[in-house]
Design a protein around this ligand. Structure first.
Ligand code: HEC
Length: 288
């Protein structure tokens, strides 16, 4: 356990958990993460979750917690629930959080006062994790006020800094600038095509799991699926991009981003599966 303000401890934890083989080899892609709906409910589908690339989750989310005490393992039918006692680092610099969690006081409180992470293992795969609904009301609740900005700029440049590839990848990763350039070019077009209206943290279209495209690191989760969704004219709903040339341009940018993302993640030791639909191809189920 370190001080809740200690940025070096957070960075060092990030480095360790992102390259921890036991997690790397067992986590599902995508990995689901959210707040437990109610105490004792271990069905992750009952909670609102966000889908993550496993490396991104370990590096940027898992590391915001410190771990204390012994984990408890519980078997519930075919599900193994790991109860991992935690303490959230709630006094870091604002830019050290993946996005301003305090846009919702309920969410911010769940990070601060949850007593454990629940990790769900099924068929030897770690499918997802939840912040337990068992709270410790005596834990310090640091008040933060959201100014309405999901990203901002200050003397260090664009924030939150942990959402950038320079923080996500190792300094020696030779693909950082390539993946950054590819994302920035893609991002402009995603904005033009209204993708961010729905694919950002406030989840205006009530997706579950939520799929975030509006931050460089989190956009990696969907890097292959975006290509398919645009090609098949499923996104944006209801019928994709009408203009053939515009659509083709976006497909090229999406492909370049997916390839650069694969290279950068592979360099970190991640296994890259490009041949499957990570989301089990739900095609037009929601937008017939
Ligand atoms: C009006 C809201 C809205 C807009 C605009 C939108 N999406 Fe979506 N998107 C959704 C919803 C809702 C889902 C979840 C659909 C589902 O569960 O089948 C989704 C799912 C996706 C998925 C995953 C699909 C799957 O089956 O796993 C991708 C990739 C995606 N969107 C990309 C995009 C891109 C790229 C754009 C812009 C070109 C975009 N979306 C614009 C609402 C939107």
């Amino acid at each position: 356990m370190a001080d809740v303000k200690n940025l070096d401890a957070y960075n060092s934890c990030s480095e360790k958990v992102s390259h921890l083989d036991i997690l790397r080899n067992t986590m599902s892609a995508p990995f689901l993460w959210g707040a437990q709906k109610e105490v004792g409910n271990y069905n992750i589908k009952d909670s609102t979750t966000t889908a993550f690339d496993p490396f991104v989750w370990r590096r940027i989310y898992l590391a915001t917690f410190m771990f204390k005490g012994k984990p408890r393992i519980e078997q519930v039918n075919n599900l193994i629930v790991i109860h991992l006692p935690t303490q959230f680092r709630n006094q870091l610099d604002m830019g050290a959080y993946p996005y301003p969690f305090w846009h919702s006081s309920k969410k911010w409180n769940s990070y601060q006062q949850t007593t454990e992470l629940l990790l769900f293992v099924e068929h030897e795969k770690l499918k997802g994790g939840l912040r337990s609904a068992v709270f410790d009301q005596t834990r310090l609740n640091v008040k933060r006020v959201w100014d309405g900005k999901w990203v901002w700029t200050d003397t260090r440049g664009q924030e939150p800094f942990v959402s950038l590839y320079t923080r996500l990848f190792s300094p020696s990763n030779p693909h950082i600038s390539k993946v950054n350039t590819a994302y920035r070019a893609f991002e402009v077009k995603l904005r033009d095509s209204a993708c961010f209206v729905c694919h950002k943290p406030d989840n205006s279209s009530k997706q579950n799991p939520l799929l975030i495209l509006s931050y460089p690191n989190q956009a990696l989760t969907l890097r292959h699926e975006t290509v398919r969704q645009i090609e098949d004219k499923l996104m944006p709903p209801p019928t994709g991009i009408f203009d053939d040339q515009e659509r083709q341009k976006l497909i090229e940018l999406a492909k370049a981003f997916a390839q650069a993302g694969d290279l950068a993640l592979a360099y970190e030791g991640e296994k890259i599966a490009t041949d499957t639909n990570e989301f089990g191809s739900k095609k037009s189920a929601h937008f017939p």
